[in-house]
Design a protein around this ligand. Sequence first.
Ligand SMILES: [Zn+2]
Length: 265
Amino acid sequence: MNAIPLHAANPGPFTGEGNWTYLIDGAVPVLIDAGVGNVPHLDAIDAATGSRPLHLVVTHAHSDHISGAPAIVERRPATRLSKMPWTERDRDLPWQPLRDGDVIPTAQGDLQVIHTPGHAPDHVCLWHATSRTVFVGDMLVQGTTVMIPASHRGSLLEYLQSLDRLLALNARRALPAHGPPIDDPAALIRHYIEHRAARESQITAALQDGARTIEELLARIYPALQPALAPMARESLLAHLIKLETEGRAERIEGGWASTNRRRR
Ligand SMILES: [Zn+2]
């Protein structure tokens, strides 16, 4: 798979160095993710594809992946638009809805749509079986973990199930929206699964010791946290608590959370 990385030119506090989008050239070039509509990105798309009709495929409706779509359509009104629906977040554009298992044709062979909810409910990965390459959007980022925005339709349980699905592909290479290409996706996925399991053990132990609130968990599990990172850590803790609640291992009580194990003892 020869995918041309096109940077979205959007570095910032939430995107790090900014987003990578990927162009698969051909008679109808396929662009994976829209960026944010910054002019250098739009110019790079034009330079790479000329006047050929474009097929834009968006991995999920977080703004650094979708908000450039209107600007792309403004420059190139014939652009075909595809994504899995998330109606509250999808911009007012004529998206063709993607479903799990759909196939997107490219000049280098088909991409298979794999629904991978968890980071976002509409998140999809795109699998190129011929080269064992997977476009992973925000499912994987080399060198860090992935935010599960529990207050905004993120789900740790679904994310872990999606990681299992990605692991089963046995991909040779993963191309993420943030950071460099990932040459050993299985190693990173296993690291993620172990990391979440270790965090979950810390949280269940803290609950059994009587920690009740997210602030108590935060102080115990992230003792040296920089204040700027606290909101993300709170979301991560909430994501774990909701997973434990779904599994019947934690419950909401007056003023916080409790382990169901502890109560039964
Ligand atoms: Zn995202």
